[in-house]
Design a protein around this ligand. Sequence first.
Ligand SMILES: Cc1ncc(COP(=O)(O)O)c(C=O)c1O
Length: 350
Amino acid sequence: MALIDLRSDTVTQPTEAMREAMARAEVDDDGLGRDPTTRRLEEMAAAMLGKEAGLFVVSGTASNLVALLAVAPERGIVLAHQLSHILRAEMGGLGTLAGLFSTAIPGERGTMDLDILRAEIHPKLALGTLPTALIEVETTHNFSGGHALPLDHLAAVHGIGEEFGIPVHMDGARIFNAAVALGVPAREIAQYADTVGFCLSKGLSAPVGSVLCGPAAVIERARLLRRMIGGTLRQSGILAAAGIVALEQMVDRLAEDHANARRLAQGLHAVHPGIVDPANVETNIVMLNLAKSGRSSAWFAAGFERHGIRARGNDTPHMRMVTHRQIARADVDGALDVFAALWNEAKVAA
Ligand SMILES: Cc1ncc(COP(=O)(O)O)c(C=O)c1O
């Protein structure tokens, strides 16, 4: 049986079309601003997001960091959801590298409680209070199970930013998943942020890269600051060429990943309703609660591995599974069969 890899959508392999485009990409030195393929990708990405300019960066983390460096005044406070990737999973670059502080805003499924957000805004430096530098939103929201934040919520957050003159940065690592789930073009989501970063290397299947999009002046500043973090690449057109194929060919098919994630969630729910509520699965991420089995997610991951299925486990009962281009409907069914057997084994042993 071929390997079924549910660890992440970052495991996706480049397509044949990507490999061919990479092999024949026209390149030059992007550090000197001359790589034509990288420029094409940046322009294409900016157009798709309705922004003036784009900047190719190596990763989603780099795109968030460069945005912070370019937009947020040092020693300011970033307001972000308490489960945001930027606060939870980017190694504190916000503080260490950008000299910023943060306040975590609570809220349901990746949305921020708007009253708390508003109450946490301090437009000016005052005695004992640092000024708010930036509001960060994330969609789809990874640690909330891939929730595509509703447009009216994004509009409200953006409105608060405008009211106080605070820029909004969107971590749109999976913005195209959000667009497909909401049935709108990505630019309709991106309009509610000043800067937006998205990943080419997740569900879109490119091997490397993200693009940060925003106003031309901000992106020019970000281009200079990208160098500071060692992110200026040379013949980056080799990588950008795959990104162009990703944007041309890989966006619409994300709907298949969403359908497979729903199927997975429905199957898991049938094993035990406490594992996941399929109604919460809108995109390609499924969050499992395995508590009722009495086993950790690491125990399930080890069991899966014996059947050629990869999933990430730890010592908690929580597990995240992600569908992507290399997960077919039959793979979902195969994983469900193994899961049901493991669940029974856990119950018998308990
Ligand atoms: C929401 C979100 N933002 C940012 C990132 C970081 O992307 P990268 O791994 O390319 O640095 C991820 C990665 O999973 C993510 O899920």
